[in-house]
Ligand binder design. Structure first.
Ligand SMILES: C[S@@+](CC[C@H](N)C(=O)[O-])C[C@H]1O[C@@H](n2cnc3c(N)ncnc32)[C@H](O)[C@@H]1O
Length: 313
């Protein structure tokens, strides 16, 4: 069984400053995953390329990294960060739910390693265009990919009160969901809720707690999580990825998933267990790996990260 705590990885790019997006649990992953020098890695959430850079440095010219992301801005950034690697780098603007089709189109039949680091990069959360943050006032959007039709504002302003309560309960696990939905419905009578600030204010009022930077967990955290999951169909996409992975992995190939809330982690745990029973996977991490205290101090985002790894039989 693996130790629970792992150390933080932080590294320098050329002579420049320390990279601001530190890949979560990077050192733990590097210690657990065996990627041959001519191996194929699919980083289904390439983001700023932090994890891809870490593994890409171990690959030679015959190695390949295929990176997926839904956000064209981060792909642009990843392309620059990964351009000096010796291996081939292919970046695709696509949903990882389509992994089988997209990897197939490249003529790649099977791969050595699939990595999913779920959620968003910190820069995306701060990006006003994405409308994900309750810490500042932004249009209430939440789509990672602008091709998605329905925004968070569309849901908040059109769903009936019961549907809203169910959504906040199911995806946000907030026990005050009915009260929050009631306050939203009442507030809507005065006009549409168009910004993250307006929505956060309604939730704070419903819960009778002020937000602000000093509260440990902002009262609107769960409602925002619920909306983000719904807008981007995050759980549906993860399920599709988990279903596709076994047929893409070579024998002994590995799938690693870093999740950030219990709804995601539960799906991963269940899928790994079922596949182990069916003799498809061997589970490498009996308990999820979590970040060490040092990593959490350096990178707050890592505090809720859970890493699970399975190996194809
Ligand atoms: C936490 S970040 C990844 C950071 C990356 N591991 C790094 O070290 O730079 C997650 C990324 O996954 C992307 N993403 C989320 N859901 C996705 C999906 N269904 N398909 C493709 N990319 C997705 C987000 O746009 C974001 O860039």
């Amino acid at each position: 069984m693996l130790g629970k705590a792992c150390c933080v990885i932080s590294f320098m790019e050329g002579n420049g400053p320390t990279v601001e997006h530190i890949p979560v649990l990077g050192e733990c992953l590097a210690g657990q995953v065996r990627l041959p020098v001519d191996g194929v890695m699919v980083d289904v959430t390439v983001g700023h390329g932090g994890h891809s850079l870490l593994f890409g440095k171990t690959l030679g010219p015959a190695g390949i990294i295929v990176g997926f992301d839904l956000d064209t801005n981060v792909i642009r950034r990843a392309r620059i960060r990964l351009e000096n690697l010796a291996c081939k780098v292919i970046l695709i603007h696509s949903n990882f739910a389509e992994i089988s089709d997209q990897v197939g189109k490249l003529g790649i039949k099977q791969v050595d390693f699939i990595l999913a680091d779920l959620g968003m990069c910190s820069a995306q959360i701060l990006d006003a265009e994405k409308g994900l943050s309750f810490q500042s006032n932004m249009p209430l959007d939440m789509r990672i990919d602008k091709r998605i039709k329905r925004t968070a504002a569309d849901i908040i302003n059109s769903a009936d009160e019961k549907a809203l309560a169910d959504l906040i309960y199911r995806f946000g696990q907030d026990r005050a969901s009915r009260r929050i939905a009631r306050f939203i419905a009442t507030r809507r009578r005065r006009g549409r809720i168009e910004t993250t600030g307006e929505l956060a204010a309604v939730v704070c009022k419903a819960l009778g707690r002020p937000g602000g930077r000093r509260s440990r967990i902002h009262p609107a955290t769960r409602t925002f999580q619920a909306l983000r999951i719904a807008v981007n169909d995050e759980l549906g996409n993860l399920e599709k990825l988990l279903i596709s992975a076994p047929s893409l992995l070579k024998r002994n190939g590995q799938l690693a998933v870093i999740s950030f809330h219990s709804l995601e982690d539960r799906l991963v745990k269940k899928n790994f267990r079922e596949n182990e029973k069916a003799n498809v996977y061997r589970i490498i991490t009996r308990k999820p790996i979590v970040a060490s205290r040092e990593e959490v101090l350096q990178n707050r985002r890592s505090r809720s990260a859970k890493l699970r790894i399975a190996q194809r039989r």
